[in-house]
Ligand binder design. Sequence first.
Ligand code: FA5
Ligand code: MG
Length: 460
Amino acid sequence: ALSTSCIRHNDSGKIEVLGSTYTTDKWTNATSAILSKTGRDLLHQPSHPLAILKEMIFAEFPTFAHYDSLSPVVNTYQNFDSLGFAKDHPGRAASDTYYINADTLLRTHTSAHQLELLAAGKQSNAEILAQAKNAQAAPANERFLVAADVYRRDEIDASHYPVFHQMEGVCTFSRAEIREHLRREAAASATAATTEALNLDLSAAQLLDTTQIGDTNPVQPEHTAEEVAFVAAHMKRTMNSMVVHILSKASAAAAAITDSTQVSSGAATQFPVRWIDAFFPFTSPSWEMEVLFRGDWLEICGCGVMKQAILDDAGMPDRIGWAFGFGLERLAMLLFGVPDIRLFWSTDPRFVGQFSPGQINAFRAFSRHPPCPKDVSFWLPADTEFHENDLMDLVRETAGDLVEGVKLIDLFTHPKTSKTSRCYRINYCSMDRNVKHEEINAIQDKVRDRIVSQLGVTLR
Ligand code: FA5
Ligand code: MG
């Protein structure tokens, strides 16, 4: 379902991203506002909170290879096919993804690099292996982390932004290694040797915790229930201790959780964490991890037992693995107490000046300017397909980070003409400066003009 109203900001037939030139086609929908973010490189600004968090997570995984410089421009095979996305999977739609052209896109997740990194070791692909930091790590293709910027056409609010960062973790085991661990566990002999080697501390109860694995969240036919119980327990244990360890360094986060009532199972922790059944084309079983934050459960990552086909394709059919993908902004908001995801993109010295490399400190809010809401209503012709994300991009292209949120506030279908009308409230608000009403009005006029010219609708 290709949107008919894709934003075409570049009519020259060429697009430049990070120094490379690409030919555009009817799939091209990456806006210049988005493309300008590819060069910000926040993960390499040592005193940026996202870079500080990245380094902290890397330090939690000393035996994993670390990647943080892989280009955001990938092909559809990397982002989708290699992970088993069906040809008609909705995630591929131009309404959800920023395409450079039909074959090339801005990665929507760090999972896009799973197969190439697994396969890198097998083929001795020196170029990819050379990009790994952390030289003392075990074979770079068997356990690795990837931190990177990812791009999605998405709604606009305080916790969603069209560019964000993820940390992918992949950990594989040989089947023999798992068998050996299970044998020792069964014999109730000391688990110390194995657990030490794997750097974990698994209780028998955790190993046997196979709740949430079943018909709707199945074990793959290639795996035994015992193998999956081991891999899933190792994964949850690893993720839980990473999150607890990192969040416990934050006074801001500590304050935020004092009113929580629930206690996580597993590791003794004051950070309530829970696991929700999930679905991803590239893992089974799959979960999402949520953390209780200010009374609400906040989804911070997706994870699961890797689809065996990926390991087979990488030339390692004898290994079984788990994978996770954390949203770094979500964790950084907890860790530093940053209330709005837009702040991570601020160049205001009152934001960037608050942080230093290797240090966790609570963000001190600086004066925020009053929000300025503006409504716009329009009629959609009866036969027009409307994609909300086209509107989101159009507003962002026009207003930049002055837009805080866009919300549908009214929807009406005329009983006779069956024409639909929609009313959106655009909330303008600057993070860092005083904005005059005239400036907002001029932007709103431009937004209204573009809604007509680009979305083919009629203003009410
Ligand atoms: C994924 O992206 C999967 N690749 C994660 C994964 C990896 C699953 C490996 C299994 C194995 P999801 O779309 O749920 O899943 O995104 C993962 C995390 O990114 C979310 O939990 C959330 O923390 C963060 N996230 C998602 N969308 C946004 C957004 N628009 N803004 C900020 N953070 C986001
Ligand atoms: Mg999700």
